[in-house]
Design a protein around this ligand. Structure first.
Ligand code: B1N
Length: 834
């Protein structure tokens, strides 16, 4: 229509110009139709939608700058991002905390209560997903051009409830009230195909390969801006939602087949519908492979399309502009997909593509447990991803041929053995008729760098699980000890401790440079400082006590030692061992006279964590915790001195309340099984003492804190193999035998239900007690006695507590990310000007 074409461009005004209280009210009026009479949830919504606009301003500025500078980018590919809540983190990272706290006060609300109305974004299971979230915070804070790429699950990690002491799972319907922290990008969509056939055609004198999928879906992009702290940089987490190719399959609809059209929709949406709730043990379900390929393909297409817009077909430049970090093997299909896109779609040739692709990819291993190493049946992969299966076969042929040359000096038999052991495609050891694709081997062969996540773990990666590969490519293997963001895990979740630290050090620079926390060592024995330090812990304990009261209805003794174990429930993490020691403590207290009891150290024990829905043994462990708690917490003789509570639905925001209140935390995995652990670092930062095994990052934490300040017990990783072989001869401690009889005898009820638990650690049977609870039992009880003795000397306890925080500098994810950026990614900071 004449006169209505675009004539002038209007510069939009930032909401920074509108005072925050007015902006919050505006958001509530125009987005939600609310006019006063706000609920706390309203206050949250109005605040979040207001803050969102500042976040977008910062996001746009950063991305304009990055577009202009065209720096090398790091893309963190991860099936999980466990973000938790965003409001507090966003206002603090953007430096808007004062303004919004004040605005909410004017409206009659308290920031902390308002923030509590937010639902967690729980698109991850545990440590691996939370690590990815901490990494994004650090990448943005360090001004590194980098994005996360993952899946926008409609249902995140299930919610855990207790019913008569047993775990029940409820769906996590997290998007019902909208999500102010995301932006749908209607112009960013890619097709992702599955199944179908592969054909070859002559095109001129070249043979081209065509993959015609039998099934296609659209990957729709959602951007989640990631604000850095103390910098203008706001980066991005791009998550993909699966939607059908056309809203309705019109042909089916016209033919009157409405049901089929709707089925198509369900099939597409099913891909991004739900997060697999397994931690450390992947589920071999086809839908999971589909999810993996779905987000990897969309992400790679997206990166290549931006690359082409700037650099055309100069793909040799790709490794100088983009690199991809594979967060465990879950995105490993990227090796084949990057090859396919460059070979089949862009028409490059194999050798060139292999060089480019291996330069761009790097792989992080997060677990050494054999059952957790992903392997997909060749049959499944060939059906779902026929072209990728071909590519993997060609990669493997080239690889095994290269190996034959490399190992030519070995005797033929030995050579064949070594090659078979390193083949990416191999027989299923449990089923000779099935061939498997070993995703970890594909990742190792297809990447430039391979790293473990703590020093001991990286050594196991080199010396055990990938030793054959390490012997051939020693320089490919690295260690990158995990870290956590000191923003969320100290400064924002424990503002009381943060201000004490800032006042004492005379600067808040430690929030960006945690090595400065070492300055606290000088105050560790200072009585006046210890008093202030203790007062903060006391206030945080009161908050946790409030939560326990809310969940369980019980008042707890706030002077008791708060003893915490929170993490996924898994046999290797040995919550069972913790429960056994609690039962032992209870029995000792029962035997004491009232006078003797008064001298004992009182404890409030808390255990929290989810069990994968199909993990039967883990569910029995939860029931044992609740059953023991039911007996102990009611016993009038002992309840002043000992409590045990299971806190249901452990998640990121619960951790933010529990960790600052903890005085003792338990990291008691069998040595050599926990790759790193990251909550141990969060507890350390918050001045919580650790009782732990010589495993994962515990070792490095002990080194930084001073080994004598940590309660270390148990056998060492080097001894495990031998001890497992000698199980039959192991003589159990009489106290252990007594506890086994108690549980079997029904001291906590449910004896049939607990029988498999008792059997699983019964040493008389070969192969039982795989995680060596019985071996570590006596030394664990001894370490617990040391804990009590130390707690009786509060000054010594506080000194140690301060030494923990002072020693936590190394465990900032800023340090970890700097190491990745320098040693693996070769990505440099690129900060927008303000
Ligand atoms: O990754 C964390 C480590 O700190 C933990 O020690 C480690 O257990 C954890 C399959 C996993 N390893 N493997 C997983 C998660 C989900 C899944 O489907 C495996 N998680 C870890 C961070 O490095």
């Amino acid at each position: 229509v004449a006169g209505l074409e675009k004539t002038a461009s209007v510069e939009p005004a930032s909401t920074a110009l509108v005072p925050a209280p007015v902006d919050i009210a505006n958001k509530l009026r125009y987005l939600f139709g609310r006019n006063g009479d706000y609920t706390v949830t309203d206050a949250y919504q109005g605040t979040a939608w207001s803050v969102r606009e500042k976040l977008i301003d910062s996001f746009n500025k950063t991305h304009d700058h990055w577009k202009e500078e065209d720096p090398k980018f790091i893309y963190y590919l991860s099936a999980e991002f466990l973000m938790g809540r965003s409001l507090i983190n966003t206002v603090y990272n953007l430096g808007l905390d004062g303004e919004y706290a004040e605005a909410l006060n004017q409206l009659g609300y308290e920031m902390e209560k308002v923030a509590d109305a937010e639902r967690d974004a729980a698109l991850g299971n545990g440590g691996l997903g939370r690590l990815a979230a901490c990494f994004l915070d650090s990448m943005a804070t360090l001004d590194l051009p980098g994005w996360g790429y993952g899946i926008r699950y409609k249902y995140g990690m299930f919610k855990q409830a207790l019913k008569n002491g047993y775990q029940v799972e409820l769906p996590d319907i997290w998007l019902t009230k909208g999500n102010p922290w995301e932006l749908r990008r209607d112009d960013v969509k890619f097709e992702v195909g599955f199944g179908g056939r592969v054909e070859r055609r002559k095109q001129g004198n070249k043979e081209v390969t065509m993959w015609t999928p039998s099934e296609k879906v659209i990957a729709q992009a959602y951007d989640n801006p990631i604000p850095g702290f103390n910098t203008p940089t706001t980066s991005n987490l791009r998550l993909w939602d699966a939607v059908p190719l056309t809203e309705f399959d019109l042909s089916a609809f016209n033919a009157g087949d409405y049901d089929r059209a709707m089925l198509e929709r369900e099939r597409a949406e099913g891909i991004s519908a739900v997060l697999y709730p397994n931690d450390s043990t992947p589920e071999g379900k086809e839908l999971r492979l589909k999810q993996q390929y779905f987000f990897v393909s969309a992400s790679l297409q997206d990166v290549l399309s931006r690359f082409k817009a700037v650099h055309g077909n100069n793909f040799d430049l790709l490794p100088e502009k983009a690199c991809f970090q594979l967060n465990d093997t879950h995105p490993t299909i990227a090796v084949a997909e990057l090859m396919r896109l460059l070979l089949d779609v862009e028409g490059l040739d194999w050798d060139q593509v292999w060089t480019i692709s291996t330069k761009c990819l790097n792989y992080t291993n997060h677990t050494v447990m054999p059952e957790a190493l992903e392997k997909w049946p060749v049959k499944v992969m060939a059906k779902m991803l026929p072209r990728h299966m071909e590519i993997i076969e060609v990669i493997n042929e080239g690889w095994t041929k290269w190996l034959a040359g490399h190992l030519k000096d070995l005797a033929p038999e030995e050579r064949a053995k070594r090659i078979a052991a390193m083949s990416i495609i191999h027989e299923n050891p449990w089923n000779k008729d099935e061939m498997l694709v070993n995703m970890a081997y594909l990742a190792v062969v297809g990447s430039s760098a391979v790293n473990g996540v703590a020093a001991i773990h990286s050594n196991i990666v080199k010396d055990e699980i990938f030793n054959d590969f390490y012997q051939i490519f020693p320089s490919k293997f690295q260690n990158k000890t995990n870290g956590v963001t000191p923003r969320r895990w100290l400064a924002w979740c424990n503002p009381e401790l943060a201000s004490l630290i800032t006042d004492t050090l005379g600067t808040s620079e430690w929030i960006n440079d945690t090595e400065k926390l070492a300055g606290l060592r000088a105050y560790a024995s200072d009585k006046a400082f210890q008093v202030k330090w203790a007062a903060v812990k006391k206030a945080k304990k009161a908050k946790l006590a409030e939560l326990i009261k809310k969940v369980h209805g019980d008042e707890v003794n706030q002077d008791a030692l708060f003893d915490i174990q929170i993490k996924r429930i898994h046999e290797y993490k040995r919550q069972y061992l913790n429960v056994l020691s609690i039962i032992w403590r209870y029995k000792q207290l029962k035997k004491m006279s009232p006078e003797e009891r008064k001298k004992a150290v009182a404890r409030v024990c808390v255990i929290g964590g989810k069990a994968a829905s199909a993990y039967d043994m883990a569910k029995r462990i939860i029931r044992l915790v609740t059953a023991v708690g039911d007996v102990i917490n009611k016993d009038p003789d002992t309840k002043e001195y000992l409590r045990l509570y299971f806190l249901p639905d452990y998640n990121v925001s619960l951790a933010e309340t529990i960790i600052p209140a903890a005085e003792l935390s338990q990291h008691i995995s069998t040595a050599g099984t926990e790759a790193s652990g990251t909550s141990n670092m969060k507890f350390q930062m918050n001045g919580c003492l650790i009782i732990g095994t010589w495993d994962g990052a515990n070792i490095e934490i002990a080194e930084e804190t001073g080994i004598d300040n940590v309660f270390v017990f148990g056998v060492r990783a080097e001894e495990i193999n031998q001890l497992r072989k000698e199980r039959k001869n192991f003589k159990t401690d009489p106290r252990w035998d007594e506890l086994m009889r108690d549980i079997e005898g029904g001291m906590f009820g449910d004896k049939d239900y607990f029988k498999p638990l008792v059997d699983s650690v019964n040493n008389m049977k070969v192969g039982n007690d795989w995680f060596l609870l019985a071996n570590d039992f006596a030394s664990y009880l001894k370490a617990q006695e040391d804990v009590d003795a130390c707690y009786k000397d509060q000054s010594e306890w506080l000194r140690r507590s301060i030494m923990y925080t002072a020693g936590s500098g190394k465990f900032s994810s800023d340090r970890t990310i700097r190491e990745y950026a320098e040693d693996i990614w070769h990505v440099k900071p690129c900060r927008p000007t303000v």
